[in-house]
Design a protein around this ligand. Structure first.
Ligand code: GCU
Length: 854
């Protein structure tokens, strides 16, 4: 929320409106032209901003002005068009396309075979394979040719994007040769045919609407371009909880239109499919994978898919998980199911990504040996080596579900004769849903670099999924992205760094987090040193800050796990079948996963790592409560007790987030207004929501443990005035559930059509103060709030949507609790403060408390 405007704003609006309208009409044609250059985040990191600095431009002076593209396919065309577009936009130099090798300097684009034919020197270079590319400067007959080529055309396109990225980050162009770490570099979109997106936080689907593929697929092509620019080569376009009509022939014909849009960018479309499809689509008596009619059905269906989409990537399968049907219905194994589908795809070059996310969500919480984290390993390790060569097991990086911190899934080390892909979540389901800035690349890097020590040797996860550790034919990376129709794809301008970073890591997991961040910042926000260093600094520590105020010590994100996974909701994890328990009572907290006394999960790791986790002496603090159950006063390696660490880390995380907006304000004028304002608003919102998190979790620990905060913060808020303690006209007090998400467990609501008020007499010494109003912003309406001091309005705001779209209900809780802040308020003893709340469309202008700070 913005700082409050001055008084009388409404009147000024009315007076100025007519004048503004006239000016607007006069400027209309100009505005329309300018809007095509609007900095709304739409271009992502492909802004191709013009380079104004003559010194920087000079390094590109000698570059050719001709381009010869040797291929004729859509990918080849996309490569040359992109080079022309990028050079013109950044360097202002117009490349002229030529049909034959010119007798002057030129860029030459093609496949290895094509360029070798023309330029013999290139053939002496190391041969490329797969999606690799090379950029080579060759001299021939006194002319300079910059040759950009791949083994296939996709590599040629990647080479072009590489060159353009050099320009955008103002680096010189030089010879280069790169090959991706793995063949599968896919994104998964969890889009539904009705246009909604499961765990999507940036608008509706770019692919679907109303049960069909959208008529206008222009955003799909733009998405393909973004994906290709970071080397991503596949896109699964529909939800893993797949619509049962997906393989219906009529739907396949529609889906082929999406593949057409992605093809020029070298992105192969793939589909999530449900194993019961043979029964649903063609009414077979069974979907038993071993039934000959079912085998024939998958073959027939795969043939039809490839007839319509010759470059189809393959199928993603979620089965026997969270209510999806699977082979267990017939007593068959995941291997038997995956193999039948894989055999049908194999003649066409397709693969099956069978998800390792198979678990029972009806666990008995009374059973202290029950453990959801064990499920991946328990369900798959005995099947190692039983999968067809074109099956890849797609494994979430942690054994639970994309929590803010988890150890690595032990399944990676257990499958030594099976290809594997790591599934990472770009969409911020458990990490702030693109309303909180959380740069996830450091988390993924930590995962990829973790050495699981399988076979008592070095086996970092990145090398396992590259297929290198265990010599597997395939492997790779799947990122759940869920972009939407929001202009900037991911809602939070900073969230695009996660998509960029996912692509970069899938291409080269050895890149450092800082390298990735710095290039994303330059491409997205420009090369001004102050801009770059400020944004890099803000983003760099953001995962850690989020962990500090949401769920430290390996507890996972302490959100409402059976709801929308956004705000705090600690108790929701306990006493249900979902298995994300904290196992907390008034003595201690954490799950005992040891071999000695616990669930035995730790024994699923190779011995060296198991030893580290099994012992309290060596288990790292950051995973302590994931692995062990300890008393609240257990002393960590850092010297603090568990409970004091929880208090301190929540206060520290919230304090860090409070610095985001002021640090960002230092950049005003150095970046465009549109993205500046949008980001500022999100940072101010996040600062408020981090306080909601801090207080909910700290209060819950205080009540649970009965151990006070040694620094006296938790439970003592001397600057707060509880809404329910103020003099109310129309407002009534309600209990908030869960209790820890409102101060004192209570709030007030205005359940009448007219405005309600809360009044309090202040006794603050003379001075200038900052005021915060903690209220609940529900999606049902846009309630209005007004603060008045001695009858004079000092601030006014509307509770309009800044929350993720998943917040659909009318509930007062940790997801809807929001903070409005205004500073520079002059107070003296005896002032009367009034808060007026006007309900709107069922939103009862709820208030939790007012805080007045120096
Ligand atoms: C999480 C997520 C679900 C999703 C599931 C999956 O549980 O909340 O929406 O379907 O993961 O990955 O299959």
């Amino acid at each position: 929320m913005m700082e409050a405007p001055e008084t009388g704003v409404a009147d000024m609006h009315a007076m100025g409106l007519a004048r503004h309208l006239r000016i607007l009409l006069l400027l209309m044609p100009m505005l329309v032209a300018a809007s095509s250059y609007a900095e709304d985040g739409h271009e992502g990191w492909l802004r191709y901003a013009h380079i104004d600095d003559p010194v920087v431009l000079r390094q590109y002076d000698g570059l050719p002005h001709r381009v010869l593209s040797l291929g004729t396919t859509p990918v080849a065309q996309a490569a040359s068009t992109e080079l022309v577009r990028g050079m013109e936009s950044m360097l202002g130099s117009r490349l002229v396309a030529v049909q034959t090798l010119p007798q002057e300097d030129a860029f030459v684009l093609g496949t290895q075979t094509e360029v070798c034919h023309f330029l013999r020197n290139v053939c002496r270079q190391k041969a490329l394979s797969g999606d690799a590319f090379a950029v080579v400067r060759v001299m021939q007959k006194g002319h300079v040719y910059w040759v950009i080529f791949g083994d296939e055309e996709r590599g040629e396109l990647y080479g072009v994007f590489h060159v353009l990225e050099q320009f955008a980050s103002q680096k010189p162009i030089a010879d280069a040769s790169e090959a991706p770490a793995a063949s599968v570099r896919w994104v998964n979109q969890w889009d539904n045919f009705d246009g909604s997106i499961e765990r999507g936080y940036a608008g509706r689907s770019i692919f679907f609407d109303g049960g069909h593929v959208r008529a206008d697929l222009s955003r799909v092509s733009e998405y393909g371009r973004l994906l290709a620019s970071v080397g991503l080569n596949g896109c699964t376009v529909n939800n893993v909880n797949s619509d049962l009509r997906t393989l219906d022939p009529a739907m396949l014909r529609e889906l082929a239109r999406i593949a057409d849009q992605l093809r020029p960018w070298g992105v192969r479309m793939s589909l999530s499919v449900d194993l019961s499809s043979p029964q649903i689509v063609d009414h077979l008596a069974t979907f038993d994978p071993l039934d000959p009619a079912v085998v024939a059905w998958w073959q027939k269906t795969a043939d039809e898919v490839y007839r319509l989409i010759p470059d189809f990537g393959g199928f993603v399968i979620k089965a026997d998980s969270e209510g999806r049907l699977g082979p267990s219905k017939y007593g068959r194994t995941p291997a038997e199911a995956a193999n039948v589908v894989a055999r049908a795809l194999r003649p066409h070059g397709g693969v099956v990504l069978y998800r390792g996310f198979v678990y029972n969500n009806h666990l008995d919480w009374h059973d202290l040996k029950a453990d959801r984290a064990r499920a991946g390993y328990d369900n798959f390790h005995a099947l190692d080596g039983r999968f067809e060569p074109n099956v890849i097991i797609q494994i979430k990086h942690g054994p639970i579900d994309f929590q803010v911190r988890e150890p690595l899934s032990p399944l990676f080390a257990a499958l030594q004769h099976t290809s594997q892909a790591i599934e990472l979540q770009v969409t911020q389901e458990y990490t702030g849903q693109q309303r909180h800035m959380v740069f996830l690349v450091p988390m993924w890097k930590a995962a990829l670099d973790t050495d699981l020590r399988a076979q008592n040797r070095s086996t970092p996860v990145k090398e396992i999924v590259e297929g290198r550790s265990f010599h597997q034919p395939l492997g790779g990376f799947a990122g759940v992205v869920n972009v939407g129709l929001d202009t900037n794809w991911m809602h939070h301008p900073m969230a695009m760094s996660n998509l960029y970073g996912f692509g970069k890591l899938a291409w080269n997991p050895d890149l450092t987090s800082d390298e990735i961040l710095d290039s994303w910042t330059r491409l997205t926000w420009g090369n001004n040193p102050k801009v770059v260093s400020t944004i890099d600094d803000l983003q760099r520590g953001s995962w850690h800050a989020y962990e500090e105020y949401s769920g430290p010590l390996g507890l996972g994100t302490l959100t409402n796990i059976i709801g929308i996974h956004y705000g705090p909701g600690i108790e929701s994890a306990e006493r249900n079948g979902w298995g994300q328990w904290l196992r907390a009572d008034n003595k201690g907290i954490g799950i005992d996963r040891t071999v000695a006394t616990g669930t035995g999960y730790i024994g699923q790791y190779p011995p060296e790592l198991a030893k580290v986790y099994e012992s309290l002496t060596t288990c790292p603090d950051e995973l302590l409560l994931f692995m062990h159950h300890v008393p609240y006063n257990y002393v960590l390696h850092n010297g603090k007790t568990v409970v004091q660490h929880v208090y301190d880390s929540h206060y520290k995380g919230a304090a860090t987030v409070a610095t985001y907006a002021p640090r960002w304000e230092q950049l005003q004028g150095l970046i465009d207004e549109e993205r500046y304002e949008k980001t500022l608003k999100l940072f101010m919102y996040q600062a408020g929501h981090a306080i909601v998190w801090r207080d909910a979790v700290s209060e819950w620990f205080l009540r649970m443990s009965g151990i006070a905060d040694t620094r006296g913060r938790v439970g003592h808020y001397p600057n707060r005035i509880e809404a329910e303690s103020m003099q109310a006209d129309g407002y009534t007090s309600v209990d908030v559930t869960p209790w820890e998400t409102a101060s004192g467990g209570k709030a007030v609501v205005c359940n009448r059509a007219a405005a309600c008020t809360l009044t309090v007499k202040l006794d603050r010494p003379v001075g200038s103060y900052k005021m915060a109003v903690q209220y609940f912003d529900l999606r049902v309406g846009d309630a209005q709030y007004e603060l008045l001091l001695d009858g004079k309005p000092i601030a006014h705001w509307i509770a309009d949507d800044i929350l993720p779209p998943a917040v659909v209900d009318t509930q007062l809780d940790g997801s809807t609790s929001t903070r409005f802040t205004v500073s520079g308020i002059a107070l003296k003893p005896g002032d009367t403060l009034m808060l007026r709340g006007t309900p709107n469309n069922g939103e009862p202008a709820p208030v939790d408390y007012i805080e007045i700070m120096k």
